[in-house]
Every structure is written in structure tokens, then in C-alpha cells.
Design a protein around this ligand. Sequence first.
Ligand SMILES: [Zn+2]
Length: 220
Amino acid sequence: MKNRLYNIHTHIPTGNDAFTEIENLHFAQAASGKTPFCSVGLHPWFVREDNLAASELWLKAHAVLPSICAIGEAGLDKICDTPWPLQESAFRFCIEISEVAGKPLVIHCVRAYNEVIRIKKEIGPVQPWIFHGFNKHPDTAQMLLREGCFLSFGAALLNENSRSAEALRQTPEDRFFLETDDAGEVGIETIYERATEIRGISVERLCEIISGNVQRVFRF
Ligand SMILES: [Zn+2]
């Protein structure tokens, strides 16, 4: 049987039959129709005071649909212009929706790891939390792993000097995923190939690991 490749976070699904892709949708964005699986969330970049109520209603209505297999991306971003209280309020709403819908949370986090973990400790969510596009020092990875989180790695792995390669090397096999995010020119097969080099395993073994993680966390 051919190995199935899972792309757990993409904004540009390919529609390739050999892949299972989760297309990420922002507020009011329509699905491309290229994949039956989507995630919906309130991205800190796009949260605004004047559309928060409408976007929360949109999220609540979509979260329960069977095609939605995760909530996100959602999170905190210290270098975007969205006021912090607004970001935090939208993030907390996404956490609540993830818990009520019983679906994992895909997190966008920029320079706010401690803040995200503080909120996680305060709320004590049952659903898995996945830090997507992880590209930080292995120490940050270990801190998140200790808190029970998952990491998803993408195009940064292709960068020779990337810290994420070392972080991936040190991540236990039941705690990671792969993704393309918005890197349209990089296919998920390229990310898989690089991950096999980093971990020193065969593509068959990598496929087995990720397929197991996806089934457990996204419940396919
Ligand atoms: Zn994204």
C-alpha cells in the first residue's frame, strides 16, 4: 500500500489523492473544496474589535461540522498590531470552542510561549494543543512537550541552519506532525523527505508514526 502523507495545516491544499490535507480557514473564508478536511479559528492577525462578535458566531457554527477536524489557527502574537486584550479574548474563545466541540487546537504563537502556557495551566484543557509551524530553540520545544503539547514542523526544516531540525530530532515520536502552512512552493513530500533525514528513519516508518499521531489526535 502506498504511504499516505498527512499535511495537518495548509492554506493552499493541492487536492492530491495521496495526501490527507487539513485546510485552514479564517473568518468567513470559504473552503477551496480540494480537501474534505478543514480547521477553523480566529487568527490573532485578523481579530478586530468590530468583527469579533460576528467571527465568534461564525466559529461556533462551523466548529461542530463533521468536516472540521480542528480549531485554529488561534493564539497569541507579540509582533502583530492586534491589541493584546483582543488577542487574548479571541484565543480564550477558541480554547472554549475546542473544548466544547471536542476537537484539537492548532496554535499560532509568536514570542508568547510563556503566556500561552500560563493560560493552558489556568484552564486545564482536555483537548490536545498543537503548536504549528514550530521553528524555535529545542529548549522551547522541550518546555512545550513537558506541558503535554504537540509540535508541527514545516518548511523551516529545509533551512540548513534552522533550529527546528534539532527540535524535531529531540521530539518524541508520538508528539509531532508535519505541515506546509502557506509555503505554496514546498510540497508536503519535501517536508517528509527532510524529516526522514533529520530523524534517520525510512519514509515508511515516518508515515507510520505520523499516521498514528493524526489518528490519535485528529481522530481520523
Ligand atoms: Zn497558517
